[in-house]
Design a binder for this molecule. Structure first.
Ligand SMILES: *Cc1c(COP(=O)(O)O)cnc(C)c1O
Length: 306
């Protein structure tokens, strides 16, 4: 553990006590069940470091950073292909010994898994840790948080970067059993105990205090998402059932890369992936109603060949 020689009040609180308490109260858990770090990427990094000994498993199409952390820490990994409809096959993760990481909602599809399937995966091997990456859960998904009270081997990871618009403050948190939080603390206190600075801790506390504001923001994003999905379907697009602040879409009338470029020429940036399985798709981040109307009007023009 850390030697606490630097008592100077000039340093920030390495335990982030006030913020932990605020989050614990918000989510109905104890402070000892909360871990805070410099963005949830930081937590994922620690997680692969500490639980990756027996290897790691996650889907072939998911958050791109998982393979980066595996390569960095020499963790052997297996990526199970999503089913044809882009859903995650729970069977692939049941009874395995490897550290399992599931983004729910998944990226870039935005699709969610049934909570009963997630529970089956967790319950199938109590010795193995399952991490549920809930970066996008506040846009209509269901959180696995209740499962952290029932099972000691599940860690739920969330962030202030998406639903709370604080990506630049770098603040992520995880909720799980005391034992899992202690594993993460060991690494944090052995590397950089002060990795959540004082300004960020304060920003986090105020954001939790103003939770209603963010819940409202998320509701607006969800409304704009449903508007955009409706318009795109009207234009003949295939759209996955996204519960995130982005949608994943393709058209039979124009290729993914072609649409991406045509939009870029009009000053609208969407994300195109070159991976074979998803190269016909684009991920479209949901913005304001005005931005989404502009996006739809550009897509309409592009399809008309204008
Ligand atoms: C954005 C994102 C993260 C990382 O968020 P930070 O807290 O900004 O590090 C982790 N996982 C997924 C799936 C994300 O989309």
């Amino acid at each position: 553990m850390i030697s606490r020689k630097r008592k100077s009040s000039a340093y920030c609180d390495p335990e982030c006590k006030a913020l932990k308490k605020a989050l614990a109260d918000l989510y109905g858990v104890k402070s000892e069940n909360v871990f805070l770090s410099n963005g949830s990427d930081d937590i994922l990094n620690f997680a692969f470091m500490v639980w990756g000994k027996n290897g790691a498993i996650f889907p072939d199409i998911t958050y791109g950073f998982y393979t980066v952390f595996c390569d960095l820490h020499g963790v052997k990994y297996t990526q199970y292909p999503l089913k044809d409809d882009f859903s995650i096959d729970a069977e692939d993760y049941i009874g395995k010994k490897e550290f399992a990481v599931i983004a729910n909602p998944n990226a870039p599809t935005g699709m969610t898994m049934e909570m009963s399937d997630i529970e089956k995966i967790i319950a199938s091997n109590p010795e193995r840790v399952v991490l549920i990456d809930e970066a996008y859960v506040d846009f209509g998904g269901e959180s696995a948080l209740p499962l952290t009270e029932k099972y000691d081997n599940v860690l739920v990871c969330q962030t202030f970067s998406k639903a709370r618009s604080l990506a630049g403050a770098r603040l992520g948190f995880a909720i799980g059993s005391k034992a899992l939080i202690e594993d993460l603390d060991l690494i944090k206190y052995s590397t950089n105990p002060y990795n959540v600075n004082r300004l960020t801790q304060k920003a986090g506390e105020y954001a939790v205090e103003e939770n209603e504001y963010y819940v409202n923001n998320c509701r607006k994003i969800m409304e704009n998402r449903e508007y955009t999905v409706g318009e795109l379907k009207r234009l003949g697009f295939t759209v996955t059932d996204s519960k995130a602040n982005f949608i994943f879409v393709k058209s039979d009338r124009i290729g993914g890369e072609e649409l991406y470029k045509a939009l870029k020429d009009r000053g609208v940036l969407v994300r195109h992936f070159t991976k074979e399985r998803i190269k016909d798709y684009n991920r479209v981040t949901i913005g304001s109603r005005e931005q989404m109307e502009k996006f739809i009007s550009c897509v309409t023009d592009i399809l008309k060949g204008e």
